[in-house]
Write a protein that binds this ligand. Structure first.
Ligand SMILES: [Fe+2]
Length: 376
């Protein structure tokens, strides 16, 4: 863990509009920038309601963002962008749409390809404006500098990180999340929680980021159940939108650890939705890490409103019950993950060193396999 005197870069979008009705800020920004050719990157559902953005000019829409987007999906979006020649790119949707919007914004002009920019700080600049508008509460992608796309050849997530992918404007209007169904609300809410918990307990945790992490955890504990029960509960939706944004603030400077590394193969190999994968793995990594980060694990449970846990087994039980009570299916076997793939999944997760190296406790390949068996 870092101390207060450890240098850290705190990264946030230039402007954040937060709250009910802030959607109108997107059109205001486009007009102020004199945008003539805005391009919206969205999934089919959000592409169908693109009118709510009220964008001026000659609007183009790429409405084919897939869940867990892969490189061919990005190439398709880039082909649309190269024809549309946008001066403003808007990510409108969940993390998939916002991540693709980041990459489109930096790759649609000039010559670099995705392969040129995978890694940290490989991008020279950005020529078009970028606005992010989340429609779910989970990824926090609107607040961050990182984008992930799946490479179908390796089934790994290619990660691009650059301050040039930070939005000029993030518009976090909780009203846009009101129609998210209960099961997706639950899973994406635990994704936001996982960002906060993993950053808070990371080897790279930092007091300057801990405040976002612990407040994000508290907001999830207070509001996730309410939003799952009643999707029109505006206060609960607002609380989750803020938790998601705070989770996003944790990702740039600190990032996730074992929870996400162990969850990724569920998505890349078996198409389990990202939030759901994170939820299934969350209690396991929380309990595994507890011996290395006891005080912070206690703070996590307390902030979630859960009973204190004297042992990792008790921490597991409380966290598991929290997720299961939200209606989340917590068994890999019920999510279409075949038993004979668990070994290959463990190999793949164990290779994600960019996350595992920051886990507070060393997590070997066999320990990952044990987690998969226990979650099966
Ligand atoms: Fe996540």
């Amino acid at each position: 863990m870092n101390s207060l005197s450890t240098p850290i870069q705190i990264i946030r979008p230039e402007t954040i509009e937060f709250g009910s009705g802030t959607i109108a800020a997107v059109a205001r920004f486009a007009k102020a920038k004199n945008a003539k050719r805005p391009l919206v990157i969205a999934d089919a559902f959000n592409a169908a309601r693109v009118d709510v953005l009220a964008l001026p000019g000659d609007l183009s829409v790429f409405g084919e963002v897939k869940p867990e987007p892969d490189i061919p999906n990005l190439e398709k979006a880039l082909a649309v962008a190269r024809t549309a020649r946008p001066d403003l790119v808007i990510g409108f949707g969940g993390g998939s749409a916002m991540d693709l919007a980041k990459l489109v914004a930096v790759l649609c002009t000039g010559s670099p390809t995705l392969a040129d920019v995978v890694g940290v700080d490989k991008i020279a600049g950005r020529a078009v404006a970028l606005v992010q508008v989340p429609t779910t509460s989970g990824t926090g992608s609107e607040g961050g500098i990182r984008a992930l796309v799946t490479d179908p050849a390796t089934r790994n997530k290619a990660a691009v990180q650059s301050p040039f992918m930070l939005a000029d404007l993030a518009v976090v209007d909780p009203d846009l999340t009101m129609t998210v169904p209960p099961q997706v609300t639950a899973a994406t809410g635990v994704d936001a929680l996982a960002h906060c918990v993993e950053a808070y307990t990371s080897r790279r945790a930092h007091p300057a980021i801990d405040l976002y992490a612990i407040e994000g955890i508290r907001l999830v504990g207070r509001y996730l159940n309410r939003a799952v029960k009643d999707g029109t509960d505006r206060e609960a939706r607002s609380g989750l939108s803020l938790a998601s944004l705070y989770g996003g603030f944790c990702l740039g400077p600190v990032n996730t650890t074992a929870g996400h590394a162990v969850a990724y193969p569920l998505g890349t190999r078996h198409h389990v939705a990202h939030g759901l994968a994170c939820a299934v793995i969350f209690p396991h990594t929380l309990a595994f890490n507890m011996p290395a980060t006891e005080a912070k694990t206690a703070a996590v449970l307390q902030s979630l409103g859960l009973p204190a846990a004297g042992t990792p087994a008790a921490a597991f039980d409380h966290a598991y019950r929290f997720c299961a009570d939200l209606g989340i299916e917590m068994r890999l076997s019920a999510l279409g993950v075949p038993a004979d793939d668990l070994g290959a999944m463990a190999d793949e997760a164990h290779a994600i060193r960019r996350l595992l190296d920051n886990n507070p406790r060393d997590l070997g390949r066999d320990a990952i396999l044990q987690i998969y068996h226990a979650a099966f």
